[in-house]
Design a protein. Structure first.
Length: 338
């Protein structure tokens, strides 16, 4: 099937799912929606990410114009919507420039369902961690995140749709153990799932051990960026999937596809289609301009066609792009203890 034909088929695939979906919800920046309205979903993107260290940003916050960001981002969001995408997961963690007012405006003007996050990000050697994370117990830290679920984020009524945590990929440090334990507490009280930046995935099994010990099911976590893991036999990927977790191939549309496509195809051959999710992890205007300005569309216009050429069929791609994100993110909302 040619690329254009496949892309044109996506809205039809979305419609075919709606009839039998479970009565669960996801939380977007504009409020709750039924899970079947998610449709084709990009599971790990950024509409605005500020990679200045937290200490610098706290002293001298970056002053950017929301109108300027809107002008840059909206055409890219309009394009993926035209291609059939309906839900966009903004994985910008606390400390990386999360701006829920901007996200709501972008959602309203693009027509996309957009989800934002709570949680903290310890990756990149802790550059973006505020001091309060080091000073907090898992219970105290989780309460911050739960409060955003109860009361809204930064003085708004926007509530998080998931918990974003960032790890460095090595054996978990003490502060990273605090993060994952806090994630378990917040998940149990809110129902929100956990998206983990895990680098080379060495820490994935520790995370899963801690979560399971805390009573959290592995299918409530996605281990991100596993496409970066050099493992031609996909033994680590398979082991994560066997635990029941989702894994994210979420940096696509460039030279790395030469490694990622065979990894994905090997996992499909091994029967792990139900564990995979795709996205491009675009984080700034410069990345939007690369590859001929493909931006967020790279997953749909570059990566998916490569998988089609390698033998992936429409049913499998529908499962990865629609069914899996819905099963992962949808939940029966809880009313946390105040």
């Amino acid at each position: 099937m040619k690329r254009r034909v496949f892309l044109q088929s996506i809205p039809a695939l979305a419609a075919s799912m709606a009839a039998g979906s479970e009565p669960r919800e996801v939380m977007t920046v504009r409020g709750r929606i039924r899970a079947e309205r998610m449709g084709v979903t990009l599971t790990h993107e950024h509409l605005l990410a500020n990679f200045n260290p937290h200490t610098e940003g706290a002293k001298d916050p970056v002053d950017y114009g929301r109108d300027e960001v809107l002008k840059i981002a909206l055409p890219h969001l309009a394009r993926i919507r035209d291609l059939g995408c309906r839900t966009f997961i903004d994985a910008t963690a606390v400390g990386l420039g999360r701006d829920v007012r901007l996200l709501r405006r972008l959602s309203e003007q693009s027509g996309l369902n957009i989800l934002t996050t709570t949680g903290n990000y310890a990756a990149v050697e802790y550059r973006f961690l505020p001091q309060y994370v080091y000073d907090s117990s898992p219970e105290v830290l989780a309460r911050r995140w739960i409060d955003e679920w109860i009361h809204g984020i930064d003085g708004t009524d926007v509530r998080p749709g998931f918990i974003k945590l960032g790890f460095n990929g090595r054996a978990l440090s003490d502060v990273e153990k605090t993060l994952i334990r806090a994630g378990a507490i917040a998940h149990r009280e809110t129902g929100l799932v956990i998206g983990a930046h895990t680098g080379q995935a060495v820490a994935a099994f520790e995370q899963l051990d801690i979560l399971e010990d805390a009573g959290v099911k592995p299918n409530r976590i996605v281990i991100g960026h596993v496409g970066n893991l050099v493992d031609p036999q996909v033994q680590v990927h398979k082991a994560i999937c066997r635990r029941g977790a989702f894994i994210g191939f979420d940096r696509q549309g460039g030279p790395g596809d030469a490694q990622q496509v065979p990894l994905v195809m090997a996992l499909l051959e091994a029967g792990f289609a139900e564990n995979l999710m795709f996205s491009a992890d675009i984080s700034n205007a410069g990345q939007m301009k690369k590859n001929g300005g493909q931006g967020y569309a790279k997953t749909l216009t570059v990566f998916v066609p490569k998988l089609k050429a390698a033998g992936a069929n429409d049913d499998v791609l529908r499962q990865i792009m629609m069914d899996n994100p819905r099963r992962f993110l949808a939940f029966v909302p809880k009313k946390p203890r105040r």
